[in-house]
Design a protein around this ligand. Structure first.
Ligand SMILES: [Fe+2]
Ligand SMILES: [Fe+2]
Length: 213
């Protein structure tokens, strides 16, 4: 059965609902936490603090991913591309749920600035969407590649004893690489170098701030 197309108002309401869920509710993951049944290792206090800070940064990244994909799905006029963004956003919801759960386990809190990060990333996503579908997909490729490199660096920095955080970060890294490949295959354009640099600077500001706040 063919479902009727959603009106602009329906889509705006869905966007608002999505934002509220990302920022206020406990997200529900479709896949179970990659750490599986790995028992909680006894972490030294300093290791626990470091893991909490790093997983807070990763949680902020996932809040931003929710905003980016939501904005880009809203901006495109191509229903197939909208479904592409919505599908990727579903996997990002798993990441959001896993990082939120791990923060709780570590006794760490999410970033106090999450509404600000969400709003900023949503603005970036809308801007990217307004430049056209190929550029919007190029923006996804560059973002996902940067996140993949960032998660790789966290595998060097996370305490070796923190098996649960490490398993989550490894699965997220694989998923982000998959999102980049999917966006490339969907027809992404390569972004100009200055834009990629600007995105790297924005990412650095976000990750440095979220480590502490
Ligand atoms: Fe993610
Ligand atoms: Fe992703």
């Amino acid at each position: 059965m063919k479902l009727p197309a959603r009106s602009a108002t329906d889509r705006l309401l869905a966007v608002a609902d999505h934002a509220l869920r990302a920022l206020t509710s406990t997200p529900q993951a479709a896949r179970s936490v990659p750490a599986g049944t790995a028992t909680e290792p006894a972490l030294a206090a300093a290791d626990r603090r470091l893991s909490g800070a790093l997983m807070r940064v990763n949680h902020v990244g996932e809040v931003c991913a929710q905003a980016l994909y939501s904005a880009q799905a809203l901006a495109t006029r191509d229903p197939a591309l909208r479904r592409h963004f919505e599908h990727a956003a579903g996997e990002e919801t798993d990441h959001l749920a896993w990082t939120a759960e791990r923060l709780r386990e570590l006794g760490a809190r999410p970033s106090l600035l999450n509404p600000l990060w969400y709003a900023g990333a949503f603005g970036f996503g809308l801007l990217a969407g307004r430049t056209g579908d190929a550029t919007s997909l190029g923006f996804v490729v560059e973002t996902e590649r940067q996140v993949e490199r960032h998660l790789d660096s966290h595998l060097d920095r996370l305490p070796m004893a923190d098996l649960r955080s490490r398993a989550i970060v490894r699965q997220m890294k694989d998923d982000e690489a998959g999102h980049a490949v999917a966006a490339e295959q969907a027809g992404a354009a390569k972004l100009p170098l200055p834009v990629r640099w600007a995105m790297r600077v924005a990412g650095r500001v976000m990750t440095t701030t979220a480590h502490y706040i």
